[in-house]
Structure formats: structure tokens, C-alpha cells
Design a protein around this ligand. Structure first.
Ligand SMILES: Nc1nc2c(ncn2[C@@H]2O[C@H](COP(=O)(O)OP(=O)(O)OP(=O)(O)O)[C@@H](O)[C@H]2O)c(=O)[nH]1
Ligand SMILES: [Mg+2]
Length: 253
């Protein structure tokens, strides 16, 4: 059976690694075969036992020492080195990772990953294992204003444009979400966002409002799951979203 591969991308500290651990555990408890492939060469400690660990091939700390680089330089260099042997790395995932679900944990420095060829090359290589989706992990604790939520939804939508596979936003740290002003239902939230943005009366707020309207028009799904990786909450909603991604509901065709 072809696997479902979920690549977690998102800003530093948004909780990709914690979510990978919580979601894979939840899947296994539900009787599914699920594992996490670690693609972060710079991570110090993992809260899960990876079925694949890129650090066995390139370790950013060793790369930093060997080439005299700082943390970002070492991460860039490590990813370049990994990029050169993606075929072998994905073959190792195929051999060692479970048969149903593989969650791919990516580097904390999102820009080092997403803005470089390694991101789409990795996704392309992973497609040999089955269907690949991206989940954009939003840090709920940074949503202070409607504009913040709108901005993050827009960034999430650019992930599918970048990676060429379906991507969906997921709000993590739901336990720290401030206020009650949004529901995770994009249609309803857009109404509130739109009103708040209109009140700002600035060109940029208007641009954001228009862009969000287009996003909603093209968005295949209107639910944004809210999860708490540390509390293990909301994972059922996340899984429902992943299953819906697989069903092709809402395709333009
Ligand atoms: N309150 C709360 N904290 C969380 C949650 N998920 C993760 N954290 C915390 O957020 C911090 C970062 O979590 P990570 O899982 O390392 O995030 P990451 O995106 O993998 O981080 P980098 O790979 O370093 O960018 C840690 O202190 C976690 O304990 C959550 O659901 N709720
Ligand atoms: Mg991480």
C-alpha cells in the first residue's frame, strides 16, 4: 500500500517536532503504522524515536566544526550535503519507516529549508513512497491580532505553491491561543478578519483582505485544525483533515 507522507513545515519553534511526536503516537495508538523521519540536521534532542534520522548522514554540529561555520551556515551546508543524496536517503526511509504514515520533521529555520531547492527536491523524492502533503504549523501563541492570523494563512497557502503538493495550515499551541475571536472555520473567520481589516483603513490591510478573499475562493478546505501537541489535543481533527486531503474533495476539476 502506498504511504501517506506528511511534511511538517513552519516557523522556528512553532512545534513541528512536538507535533510530529504527538501525531505519530496518536496514529499508533489508533492501530496504524506511523513513524517520524527527522530531516533536521541541527536538532539536539528528539521527543520521538525516528525511523530515519538525517543526522546519521549529516550532523550540523559536526559540519560547523569541520567547516568553521556558524549555526545558519552549518545548516545550509548540511542541507546542501543532504540534497546531493536524496535518492539514498529516501530509499532508507522506504526501508525503515512504517507502511501507513510517515511524518517528516523539517529544520527549525524554515527559510533555510523552504527557500532552497532541498524543500521541493525532498518532496519530489518522497513522492516515490506514496502521497505527499505538507502541513504548515502555525504557532497559535503568536496570533495577537486578526492581521497575524490572516498573514499566517497567506504564508501557509504559499507552501503548496512552493512545494507543488497540497498544503494545509494547522494551528498548534491551541492551549495558548489568545481570545475567542476565531473559530478555525475559514468562512466564518474571514467575516471577522475582513471587518477588522477594513477598520484599519490602510492600503496593506486592504491588500491582505483581498488576498484572503482569493485564498478562501481557492481553498479546498475551510477547517483549520487547532491542536495542542503538548496536551495531545485536537489530533482527531488534524487526522480528519489529512484524510480529507486524500479524498480529493473540492478539486477544481
Ligand atoms: N504550550 C505549548 N507549547 C508547545 C506546544 N507544542 C510545542 N510547544 C513548545 O514549543 C517549543 C518548540 O517546540 P518544538 O516542537 O521544538 O518546535 P519546532 O517547530 O520543532 O522547533 P524548531 O525545530 O527548533 O524550529 C517547545 O518548548 C515546546 O515544548 C503546544 O501545543 N503547546
Ligand atoms: Mg524541530
Amino acid at each position: 500500500m502506498a504511504r501517506t507522507v506528511m511534511v511538517l513545515v513552519g516557523p522556528a519553534g512553532s512545534g513541528k517536532t512536538s507535533l510530529a511526536a504527538a501525531y505519530s503516537k496518536w496514529l499508533r495508538e489508533g492501530g496504524l503504522e506511523a513513524g517520524v523521519a527527522n530531516f533536521d540536521p541541527a536538532v539536539e534532542a528528539l521527543p520521538y524515536e525516528p525511523c530515519f534520522d538525517v543526522r546519521r548522514h549529516v550532523d550540523a554540529r559536526e559540519v560547523a566544526r569541520k567547516y568553521g561555520l556558524g549555526p545558519n551556515g552549518a545548516l545550509v551546508k548540511s542541507l546542501e550535503m543532504a540534497s546531493g543524496k536524496l535518492g539514498d536517503l529516501v530509499a532508507e526511509i522506504d526501508e525503515n519507516c512504517p507502511r501507513d504514515y510517515v511524518i517528516v520533521d523539517t529544520p527549525g529555520q524554515m527559510e533555510v529549508f523552504l527557500f532552497r531547492g532541498i524543500s521541493w527536491r525532498l518532496v519530489e523524492a518522497l513522492q516515490r513512497l506514496g502521497t505527499v502533503y505538507a502541513l504548515f504549523v502555525i504557532d497559535g501563541s503568536v496570533i495577537e491580532r486578526p492581521e497575524d492570523y490572516g498573514f499566517l494563512l497567506l504564508v501557509a497557502s504559499t507552501v503548496s505553491l512552493r512545494l507543488g503538493v497540497e498544503a494545509a495550515p494547522v494551528i498548534n499551541k491551541a492551549d495558548l491561543l489568545p481570545g475567542e475571536w476565531y473559530t478555525g472555520d475559514l468562512t466564518r473567520d474571514y467575516g471577522r478578519l475582513s471587518r477588522a481589516l477594513r477598520e484599519s483603513r490602510t492600503l496593506y490591510a486592504e491588500m491582505l483582505r483581498e488576498l484572503l478573499r482569493s485564498l478562501l475562493k481557492y481553498s479546498k478546505r475551510i477547517e483549520v485544525p487547532r491542536v495542542s501537541a503538548v496536551r495531545g489535543e485536537g489530533l482527531e481533527d488534524l487526522h480528519r483533515l489529512v484524510l480529507e486531503m486524500g479524498c480529493g474533495c473540492g478539486d477544481l476539476s
